[in-house]
Design a protein around this ligand. Structure first.
Ligand code: ADE
Length: 315
């Protein structure tokens, strides 16, 4: 029961060409080249399908964005930023690969590498928490993805377990650059980062975004701290009964380290979950990634060989 990509776009009413969304490039692939087999992800502006390239049988993740919906909601630029970010970053072992983009009247298509083992969120839900070797391995792979992304001037702004995918060999892949921000590395005038109207996911949102509407690479570091805590504790550090209560906890740095939490992990988290983005471990003013990677929690990590290492069994 595969869907024909081309047929998905045939809707009854005509809309004018959306020239601001013209993303045509790359080797002339088109919707009809792919069979869409099933839905593997859904967001507010996009649906991700498992897609099969007809001539080779190769599988891809095909992200389909609805032009009219995006224009109506004032989100047209997000598609352009997502493509620009992926073109700057891809290919890289820890970043979802962009193969092709094309469009038809109603839709934009991003043909992406298919991460066969799905979301890290699935494994968190299944296992509750991870063993320390798994926490170290996956947080180290995330750090390498972030170090590379930030070196190219891209802030993700929505790092969370749903956007951490696992490839066939169980290595980590950072995905969904739909809310990324491209910053100028040479003239990022404010140490706090740029004014932003975007708010990410409550559990991982940084205090500077909540209180000053500012984001910078440090805001991604905050999300990293929340994820490391969650992988060990089994729940994120600032979870409240509602988004509002979560926001209050974030603003007040209201979290506790549970009994029995490994001491070196607690020290790492205390240095990352700091209200001032410039005082966060890993930020430029705190020694950047070298300092973060040098923390004792990561003592056994072989950073240069990580991608060639067999990942520890998830448990
Ligand atoms: N869900 C969203 N994007 C995906 C991808 N690239 N691979 C697998 N599942 C996904």
């Amino acid at each position: 029961n595969s869907l024909q990509l081309g047929k998905l776009s045939s809707q009854p009413t005509q809309i004018p060409e959306q020239n601001d969304l013209n993303l045509t490039h790359l080797k002339g692939r088109c919707p009809e080249d792919f069979d869409l087999l099933s839905i593997i992800g859904e967001g507010s502006y996009a649906t991700v399908y498992l897609g099969k390239y007809k001539t080779s049988g190769k599988l891809y993740a095909v992200k389909v964005l609805d032009k009219r919906h995006m224009v109506r909601e004032g989100k047209a630029k997000y598609a352009a930023v997502e493509k620009e970010a992926l073109r700057k970053l891809s290919p890289h072992p820890y970043i979802v690969r962009l193969y092709y983009t094309f469009q038809d009247t109603y839709k934009l298509y991003f043909v992406l590498g298919y991460a066969k083992n799905g979301e890290l969120l699935y494994y968190i839900r299944k296992l509750g928490s991870f063993g320390l070797d798994c926490v170290k391995f996956y947080s180290a792979e995330l750090i390498l993805a972030m170090e590379y992304m930030h070196s190219k001037g891209i802030v993700h702004r929505d790092i969370k377990p749903e956007n951490l995918l696992l490839c066939e060999n169980m290595h980590l892949i950072l995905a969904d650059f739909g809310t990324a921000k491209i910053i100028s590395l040479v003239q990022d005038d404010s140490p706090l980062g740029r004014v932003s109207s975007f708010v990410g996911t409550a559990d991982y949102v940084s205090p500077e975004l909540l209180n000053y509407k500012r984001t910078s690479i440090s805001s991604d570091l905050w999300a990293l701290g929340c994820i490391i805590y969650q992988l060990i504790a089994g729940w994120p550090p600032f979870r409240g009964g509602t988004d509002y209560l979560t926001f209050q906890k974030v603003s007040n740095l209201d979290y506790t380290i549970p009994d029995g939490f490994p001491e070196e992990a607690a020290d790492l988290i205390k240095q990352i979950l700091v209200l001032d983005p410039q005082q966060r471990l890993g930020s430029n003013s705190r020694g950047g990634y070298e300092n973060l990677k040098g923390h004792i929690f990561f003592e056994e990590v072989l950073w240069e060989q990580l991608h060639e290492t067999t990942p520890p069994e998830l448990k």
